[in-house]
Structures are given as structure tokens and as C-alpha cells.
Unconditional design. Structure first.
Length: 278
């Protein structure tokens, strides 16, 4: 199990390193934001159909591909849990094909005035640095957990790995520039989650992450603090913490531009959802 987890982490590290290289490559060319949003849309998943697309991606990634959750628990091919009912979900969709490409969720600690235990607190309590967390003096009403960041395998395969559940990717006639943006889907997922924390006012953020991800995010100016030790939880992960303002203040300018565009896309739906009805 540990060997498999290390192998998965290695593959993901290679793919995320490629995403960082894409960002660096595009800095002196067309806008990173223009290139990404030419091919992908980002939205708050509020309807049953959009949430089903989110859960479908999670099923394919967490159950079928990596085996983190038993597939037989979800005969409808929608991976979900008890936290999803009051979580906020973002969906990234490939525009020309309409294929759901990635997702992420935000779980708040407070739901209708009731303090909930977050997944990392429930499932990974032995790994937490409780002294560090207590020293943060957090307002529980502003705490959240970001989780279930997933990119469909069809958009993580390299050009030579042409077969996917959608058939041959090359047969879809994606341009080289378009395929280059595929590596940014995970980055856009993280930026979407950041936008959710700002919009929802849940600005004290925890996430269970594999070690390579905080290292790579640091190269983009986004520095997480480790809040515990490694544990085997959907692969070898550890708890990390960041405040939203810290991420925004230190984010690289090219990513900040993409963040602001994603924020505007998500806010279109979030504002409508938050508006009281008569």
C-alpha cells in the first residue's frame, strides 16, 4: 500500500511539475488567463445535474483510477459523502466538448449554526499538531477544509497516451495549445477553492495534501504551513493550513490574474445563490 501511494505521488508530482512549467512557459506569451479560459469554464455547481458531474469525476478518479474509495459503494457511479450536502462545489468543464474536467469542494465548519467536525479532524486526528492548531486562535465560523480536488484522467494523459474513456484524445482534434492548458486544470481547481474561501468568508483553510503539492504551490508564492505529520489517507498525506489573505498577497501575478477571472466566474452563481428570495 505504501509503495502504491508513493508511486501515485510520484506520478502526480510529475504532472504538477509539468503544470508549473506550463505557467512559466506562458508568462512571456499570450495571457495564461486568456489561454485557459478559451478552453475551460469554471462554475459553482448548484444544480443536481452539475453536482452529478462533480460526483462522476470523483468516482472515476477516487474509485476507479486510484482505488481510494470502494467502487461498489457507489453503484450510480457518483462518489459522495455526508459532507457534500452542505459543501460548496466547483466544476471545471471543457467548453467545446462539454466534458467535465475537474472539481473541488469547500466544507465549512458551521452549518446553520451547528459546528461540524471536518473530515480531517474526524479521520486524521492522530496526525494533527494540536498545539500548532490551538496556537492559531481560529474563529470556528471562519474555518473550512478544501478537499476532493480531482482532474479527470482523460485530461491528465499525455498526447502519447491516447486512449481514455472518451476514446482517442487525438481524435477529438485538440490543438497543441489546447492540450497544453490541460495541465492547468489542477491549478485552476486550487484557485477555484481559494475563490470559494473568499466568497464564503471561510478564510482559515485546512487541506490534507501529498507533500509535493505544497512544495509546488510554494513556487507560485502560495505557502502552506504543515499542521501535523504524514498519514496514509487517500495516499500519504499531511494536514496543511493557510489563510486566504496570505495566498492572495503572495500569489504570483500571472496566477493572480487567472484567480481574479475564476473568482468572477464563480461569483456570478454565488451571488445569485446567496441572494435572499421573497
Amino acid at each position: 500500500m505504501a509503495h502504491k501511494a508513493r508511486s501515485i505521488e510520484c506520478r502526480r508530482s510529475i504532472k504538477m511539475t509539468a503544470a508549473v512549467k506550463i505557467i512559466e512557459h506562458e508568462k512571456n506569451k499570450d495571457s495564461l488567463t486568456e489561454n485557459f479560459l478559451k478552453y475551460f469554464s469554471v462554475e459553482l455547481a448548484t444544480t443536481p445535474a452539475l453536482k452529478e458531474s462533480v460526483f462522476n469525476i470523483r468516482y472515476r478518479v477516487y474509485c476507479e483510477e486510484f482505488g481510494y474509495e470502494p467502487a461498489d459503494r457507489f453503484p450510480d457511479k457518483c462518489e459522495n459523502d455526508a459532507y457534500d450536502d452542505h459543501a460548496l462545489h466547483c466544476l471545471i468543464t471543457h467548453i467545446s466538448s462539454g466534458i467535465p474536467a475537474g472539481c473541488v469542494r469547500l466544507i465549512p465548519t458551521v452549518n446553520n449554526g451547528i459546528c461540524d467536525t471536518l473530515p480531517f479532524e474526524r479521520d486524521c486526528s492522530d496526525s494533527l499538531d494540536k498545539e500548532f492548531i490551538q496556537g492559531l486562535n481560529l474563529d470556528r465560523k471562519k474555518v473550512c477544509e478544501i478537499s476532493r480536488l480531482a482532474v479527470d484522467g482523460a485530461f491528465r494523459r499525455r498526447a502519447c497516451e491516447t486512449q481514455s474513456r472518451f476514446g482517442c484524445l487525438n481524435a477529438m482534434d485538440y490543438s497543441i495549445l489546447e492540450q497544453r492548458t490541460f495541465g492547468l486544470i489542477a491549478v485552476a481547481g486550487f484557485l477555484s477553492a481559494t475563490a470559494l474561501t473568499e466568497l464564503a468568508g471561510r478564510t482559515s483553510v485546512f487541506a490534507m495534501m501529498e507533500a509535493f503539492l505544497p512544495r509546488l504551490l510554494k513556487r507560485s508564492g502560495i505557502v502552506f504551513q504543515k499542521a501535523g505529520v504524514d498519514i496514509d489517507y487517500h495516499g500519504v498525506r499531511a494536514p496543511y493550513f493557510i489563510r486566504t489573505q496570505s495566498a492572495l498577497d503572495n500569489m504570483r501575478p500571472d496566477l493572480k490574474e487567472l484567480y481574479e477571472a475564476i473568482y468572477q466566474q464563480i461569483n456570478l452563481t454565488y451571488a445569485r445563490q446567496a441572494k435572499p428570495t421573497n
